[in-house]
Design a protein around this ligand. Sequence first.
Ligand code: ARG
Length: 429
Amino acid sequence: NASPVWGGRFKKPLAQKAVYFNESISFDKKLAQFDILGSQVHAEMLAKQGIISEFESHSIINGLKKISAKILKNEIEFSPEAEDIHMNIELCLLKEIGEIAKKLHTGRSRNDQVALDLRLYLKHEIEKIKITLNSLINSLEDLSIIHKDTILPGYTHLQKAQPITLSSYFKAYQSMFLRDASRLSDCYERMNFSPLGAGALAGTTLPIDREYTAKKLGFTGIIENTIDAVSDRDFIIEFMSSASIIITHLSRFSEDMIIWATEEFNFIKLDDAYATGSSLMPNKKNPDIPELIRGKTGRIYGNLMGILTVMKALPLGYNKDLQEDKEGLFDTVETIKNCLDIFNDFLNTVHFQKDAMLKSTENSYVWSTHLLEQLVNKGIAFRQAHEIIGKLVIYSYENNKYLHQLNKEECEKISPHIYTSLQIINKKG
Ligand code: ARG
């Protein structure tokens, strides 16, 4: 026979090669529990509306409950012949409860079903990601309290610029991650509308109750336009954009940690539990964790480009191309969760080398701008003060000295105002 689902219209089954090319069960099985939940609520609604009987509805709901348990225990083997998770579960239900199973798909299409499952899945995952993101935000809060007096050079152009506190460094990343959390919340709110009941694209003539299923499944409301409901994947693009921004932040942070861990910087020491060695060079201690996070940025950006390209120029309505929305999404979800989680653990084990950081502000010219502003305080015009300190820096460079090593005589050669200002700065440092 042809397909048990649409066999009526076909005279022979799908070619074997086409079966494997067409299937999505190998990856959309991840949606199983969400598919079952959606179907249970759908069946409940069908009975409430008098479209199927209470008995039929109960039988379907209980059958699905059993299938859910079996899936969790890994007792069900899905088949590529049944193409995707939606039809696999429907076939399981047929085996479980018999003919009544054939009533489940009343007033519904796989098009609204898959759009529903993806939203339920992604809502669930966004909540988990937000929890991990919040742990990182909290770690940064703790670290910024611990290091409120830790001084290190701040950089621009990767050149020492001005002294900063380690606390303000952490707060910078905390601000970015707080915005990321708010972006995820926005994305969640915008996607929190139910496509169920939109059918293939034009709804149904049956008296279904879309608001009821939407409410029961935790949505704010329904997606009004049925064509939009089945063919929009903005919510995936939006989530992947947010994930791309998160991984951008993680990647920059990772890069700093990688640089800070070098012998040249020596601002941090990596904990043995979060660093790796070399199979050849006994001296090596490598920052694999932040390097890998930096590397996984490519995959997350790639997935975003993937979905954008799938959506580009798709004619309106469901197209099979949309089946390509899943693997990238699943990958982005898992990758971002893992990266946030391990980066938090990594960060909490890093040993910050406070003395080396401080020394790095002393053996440098990072206090120059402070010194300049001391001159401004004394009434010297900014541009003039800038020139004076510029000369002082050149003098120091040429004489192999740092600012704090200059004596009164040397300062006075350049300007009478410098020496006392330098005393103030040295005290501060
Ligand atoms: N496996 C399909 C997907 O992931 C489900 C929807 C199929 N709908 C259809 N009309 N063929 O998009």
